[in-house]
Design a protein around this ligand. Structure first.
Ligand code: ATP
Ligand code: MG
Ligand code: MG
Ligand code: MG
Length: 564
């Protein structure tokens, strides 16, 4: 590509609306432009990078046995009503009506739509497992669109969905996607960590988030350097205190839930073997421990459970929401601490804010209160930076010391279980001809957000430093003075030679001052720069790597060897 022809409207000034490096640099390097808040247009260089990230994602997904499809962004409300998410999703969903007043939304994600796609067609256990994905535009009317590509209202996501016959299969599919994600983000040149995630909005049992480490990341994570433990604070957003309990309505709903201290007692209490218990999340807030049990990994539970039981002031036993439902018969999706004494504090997580009716710990030992109404019965304050653990806390897995850092969520994988197959009634026939619900997983990569994350990790004061794997062009050949025939000739010759060998080359043939050309080359972040200048008549060029800036002279006919 000749830069004299390239549409690359670079900016000298830092745009005032941009706060973080990737946002500033994407605008300055002429890679994108804002249309309205949270909606961007990709210009030629930016679009090339986006496509390279997409291709990496595509290759790794294909290698992992997933098959690419393309679904519509427009989705009928009926399917979302069946899963219940039409009501849960709230104002983040873009909704629209057609001319017949039928309701639709612009898809923020596609669980319902993929489940509906395979339903009635994927019939036999012999056809399982199946994993399908798409790379497509998603719409979320974010409360605070900001930071450029980081938090958009329209963005590109890769989303995949797996369908398995049983839990074991689902876990295997999950593992395969996990591995594919590690390859994807490694190839994108990102430093990242995998942490336990928030499965709230997707409604599953287990989830992990892929976090690109960065100071500007919106998530705080706790991690351990000595083992692979990591967790995010996503679930914990605010603390609410239960209002005075003389509220008659509340008293009426009190249910007996005796506190217990050992796993055996728990088994006895719930009439369930301990391996049916599920993961316990423990939030530590101002030295108080508050928790929620959600389905998950048993081993981790035990450790946490034991830690928990060592806290004498709190007779605190937590139960899985389904189990609580079973025990109390309440139609709720959240359980607070059981058996806590006074001053019950409710930790409001991203799921709870969407719910009206749930159980909380009672202000009397061994009692719970059900049918508590979030808006009515709690008053609270938003507490930011709330983490499951604090810097210096012991790692729950290996007892080493935990560290805290910030991260950008670039990917998220979920074990969904039968949530969607049940609500949308998607079944297959097993070996005995019996109908069974699919066990599902869903797996997202923020493709456009990944582009921003790469820049956050790889830039300097002069501009972007693209890793070779996603760079819009591998090489820029800068002709220092286009009035000199020998420079033009050598530049053109190298341009043709390298291009014919499959290297993606930009030729800076513009009638600009050399300073401008070098500044632009740095700004747009091309990994290799070849400068054709005064020594062109001796067939010598300068070779510079964007990352370290070190210049060396190379014979023109040795350039290809040097690059490959
Ligand atoms: P966040 O916590 O940042 O709001 P999320 O957990 O709501 O993200 P998911 O539903 O897990 O997002 O979607 C899968 C991926 O899509 C995320 O891991 C992220 O990389 C990307 N993504 C989500 N929301 C946005 C957005 N508003 N703009 C750009 N990318 C996004
Ligand atoms: Mg979100
Ligand atoms: Mg998230
Ligand atoms: Mg997520």
């Amino acid at each position: 590509m000749r830069m004299s022809k390239l549409y690359m409207p670079t900016l000298r000034e830092v745009p005032s609306e941009a706060e973080i490096p990737s946002h500033k640099l994407l605008l300055r390097a002429g890679m994108m432009r804002k249309l309205v808040s949270g909606v961007y247009s990709y210009l030629p260089l930016g679009y090339k990078v986006l496509k390279k990230i997409e291709d990496i994602v595509r290759e790794e997904m294909d290698k992992a046995g997933s098959q690419e499809v393309l679904m519509s962004a427009i989705q009928p409300a009926e399917l979302w009503k069946q899963s219940g998410r039409w009501y849960d999703y709230g104002p983040e969903m873009f909704r629209l009506n057609d001319r017949h007043e039928r309701e639709f939304c612009l898809g923020p994600t596609h669980e319902e739509i993929f489940t509906d796609l395979i339903k009635n067609e994927l019939k036999s256990y012999k056809q399982l497992p199946l994993n399908i994905y798409q790379i497509q535009t998603k719409y979320r009317d974010e409360k605070r669109p900001r930071f450029g590509l980081m938090r958009c209202r329209e963005f590109i996501m890769k989303d995949a969905y797996s369908f398995d016959r049983d839990e074991e299969g689902m876990k295997e599919s999950y593992r395969e996607m996990w591995e594919a994600y590690e390859k994807i983000f490694t190839r994108c040149g990102l430093k990242f960590r995998v942490v336990e995630g928030d499965s709230g909005a997707m409604g599953g049992s287990d989830s992990h988030e892929f976090m690109a480490m960065s100071e500007v990341g919106e998530s705080e994570i706790a991690y351990c350097d000595d083992c692979d433990y990591g967790a995010t604070d996503e679930r914990a957003e605010c603390i609410y205190d239960l209002k005075e309990q003389d509220n008659e309505e509340l008293e009426k709903e009190k249910v007996h839930t005796p506190s217990v201290k050992t796993i055996e007692q728990l088994e006895d209490f719930f009439k369930l073997p301990a391996d049916k218990f599920v993961k316990m999340l423990i939030y530590k807030v101002k030295d108080e421990i508050i928790g929620v049990l959600i389905p998950g990994d048993r081993e981790l539970n035990e450790i946490k459970l034991c830690n928990l039981l060592e806290v004498p002031e709190h007779e605190l036993i937590l139960a899985d929401e389904d189990i609580i439902k079973e025990v109390t018969g309440a139609e709720v999706g959240f359980a607070g601490p059981l058996g806590l004494k006074k001053d019950i504090r409710l930790l409001v997580d991203s799921r709870v804010t969407k719910m009206k009716n749930f159980i909380v710990g009672g202000n009397e030992t061994d009692y719970h209160i059900k049918n508590v109404n979030y808006g009515r019965d709690f008053e609270g304050e938003v507490v930011n930076d709330l983490l499951l653990v604090q810097e210096g806390d012991k790692c729950p897995k290996c007892n080493s010391t935990l560290k805290i850092a910030r991260g950008i969520e670039v990917g998220n994988i979920f074990q969904l279980g039968t949530k969607y197959s049940k609500s949308l009634n998607a079944t297959y026939l097993d070996e005995n001809g019996k109908e069974q619900y699919f066990l599902m997983g869903s797996y997202g990569v923020g493709v456009s957000r990944t582009m921003a994350a790469i820049i956050e990790q790889s830039h300097d004061e002069n501009g972007i430093i693209w890793p070779l794997s996603v760079a819009p062009y591998h090489v820029v050949i800068t002709i220092v003075n286009v009035k000199k025939d020998e420079q033009i000739e050598l530049g053109e010759k190298l341009y043709k030679e390298l291009s014919s060998k499959g290297i993606e080359v930009l030729l800076d043939d513009r009638k600009e001052r050399p300073g401008v050309k070098f500044k632009d080359a740095d700004l747009i972040g091309i990994p290799i720069r070849i400068t054709v200048g005064r020594k062109a008549n001796e067939n010598i060029v300068e070779f510079v790597l964007r990352r370290d800036g070190e210049k060396i002279e190379v014979k023109a006919d040795e350039v290809f060897e040097k690059i490959k």
